[in-house]
Write a protein that binds this ligand. Structure first.
Ligand SMILES: Cc1cc2nc3c(=O)[nH]c(=O)nc-3n(C[C@H](O)[C@H](O)[C@H](O)COP(=O)(O)OP(=O)(O)OC[C@H]3O[C@@H](n4cnc5c(N)ncnc54)[C@H](O)[C@@H]3O)c2cc1C
Length: 398
């Protein structure tokens, strides 16, 4: 069912539909449970076409090279791309996390320098937040940043750095004032991964193997990596505020895209159920009805988060509800898929290496959703304290 979101949204929908019909890229491969297309020349060509037509970083204001789409228009765009069977391409963490944080906290000069480089693909970011002893308690991070003239010199260890192998920039948190209270002396630095001559900027990546057999993230050792002071966003020692904007976007910024991906995946599972001849079984139908209902709730909850983003310019603590909801849904969905396949789900496909079929991959991958971007327990704390106004958890700083 198509949502009627008013005459302006209807006009935008018509224009977009025509553009997609005229420019459909054909089959670009399976984006998989992470919603990321496998790299190929066809994907590159499609990305370039989207960029030329202004369909990347669409929710950024026009003055910063975006399209200035309203939340409703972003929702329409997601629906139309899904309807055309074309995955939306984005500039990843640059578009979703770093750009919106620079827009809120950067100086005019920083906006003019960094934002176009995200849109045209020059800068590809990874997130250097978590450390071996600082995950949920992120403000406990120990990586040091020392100001040396016009540069900040960073030394420490990060972990679980997703996409680090493909990135040339890291948005990195470091402690620049070790004497300040822990939320204060932190700076948010856009750290080049390489020096201008091309060698590493003192950053060593050690891939970590995941339960899926892939290595999407790394342990990241940083030794005297240098960044210009110009790359400090939000001011020295003032990185926590910027971090809150980034995390808000990580939890709620994709609220209107989640359901598109999960609805496609849901119908895939219905196809599998038919293939294995279990569509008449009452228990299987119960599970499918449960899943479909959750995807629809996700869709409408996403629109609610969008209204909040439009009103506040960034997601509020309510975004944690979305994060909790989709990640717990998806974990259970993976289990539903395994149950439907029965004993066959326990046998890996034949062939070299650590092969998994699509549903095994979904099941295993979905286990991590309740951890990254802040665990489900941490989201519950945020909802309890900042949405419901309950007292802070025992031991938390006032
Ligand atoms: C797939 C994946 C990708 C990731 N990508 C990145 C990335 O690109 N960049 C990056 O910086 N990080 C990344 N992370 C790291 C992620 O942000 C952390 O794993 C997460 O914040 C939890 O931190 P932790 O692993 O240190 O667990 P801990 O903080 O040690 O938590 C352990 C357990 O204790 C619970 N717990 C902790 N504190 C509380 C509390 N106050 N109240 C209730 N329960 C609590 C947690 O919920 C959890 O169950 C990624 C993680 C995963 C799984």
């Amino acid at each position: 069912m198509e949502l009627d979101l008013g005459p302006e949204a209807r006009k935008f929908r018509d224009e977009l539909r025509q553009w997609l019909e005229a420019n459909h890229p054909g089959d670009l491969g399976d984006p998989g449970p992470r919603g990321i297309l496998p790299p190929s020349p066809a994907v590159d060509a499609w990305t370039e076409k989207l960029q030329r037509a202004g369909y990347l970083c669409v929710s950024w204001p026009k003055e910063f090279g975006g399209r200035g789409l309203t939340g409703v228009e972003v929702a329409v765009m997601n629906e139309e791309f899904a309807r055309a069977g074309v995955p939306r391409v984005t500039r990843g963490m640059g578009e979703w996390l770093v750009g919106p944080s620079i827009i809120v906290h950067g100086t005019d000069e920083q906006k003019a320098f960094f934002l176009p480089r995200i849109i045209d693909g020059t800068d590809r970011y990874c997130q250097g937040f978590s450390e071996p002893d600082a995950g949920s308690d992120l403000a406990g991070l120990k990586t040091r940043g020392v100001v040396d003239g016009e540069e900040v010199v960073i030394t420490g260890q990060k972990v679980w750095t997703s996409g680090a192998q493909a990135a040339n920039m890291m948005f990195c948190l470091c402690r620049t004032d070790p004497d300040a209270p822990k939320h204060r002396g932190i700076s948010y630095v856009l750290l080049p991964m390489f020096r201008p001559e091309g060698e590493s900027n003192g950053i060593e990546l050690r891939p970590i193997r995941q339960i899926t057999g892939q290595s999407h993230f790394t342990e990241t050792f940083i030794h005297e990596a240098r960044a210009p002071m110009f790359n400090v966003i939000g001011g020295l020692n003032n990185g926590w505020r910027v971090t809150m904007t980034t995390l808000g976007n990580e939890r709620g910024g994709n609220a209107t895209t989640q359901h598109v991906q999960y609805e496609r995946e849901f119908w895939d599972l219905v196809g599998t159920v038919r293939k294995v001849g279990r569509e008449a079984e009452p228990l299987v139908r119960q599970e499918l009805a449960w899943a479909f209902t959750h995807v629809q709730i996700m869709r409408f909850a996403g629109l609610r988060t969008l209204s909040e983003v439009i009103a506040r310019k960034e997601p509020g603590p309510g975004a944690s509800i979305n994060k909790m909801f989709w990640s717990e849904y998806h974990r259970r969905f993976g289990e539903v898929a395994m149950n439907i396949l029965g004993p066959a789900a326990m046998i890996r496909p034949e062939g070299d290496g650590y092969r998994l079929d699509k549903w095994q991959q979904t099941f295993l991958q979905s286990r991590s959703g309740t951890i990254w971007g802040g665990t489900a327990q941490v989201q519950r704390n945020i909802v309890g304290e900042r949405v419901l106004g309950l007292p802070k958890e025992p031991g938390a700083e006032k």
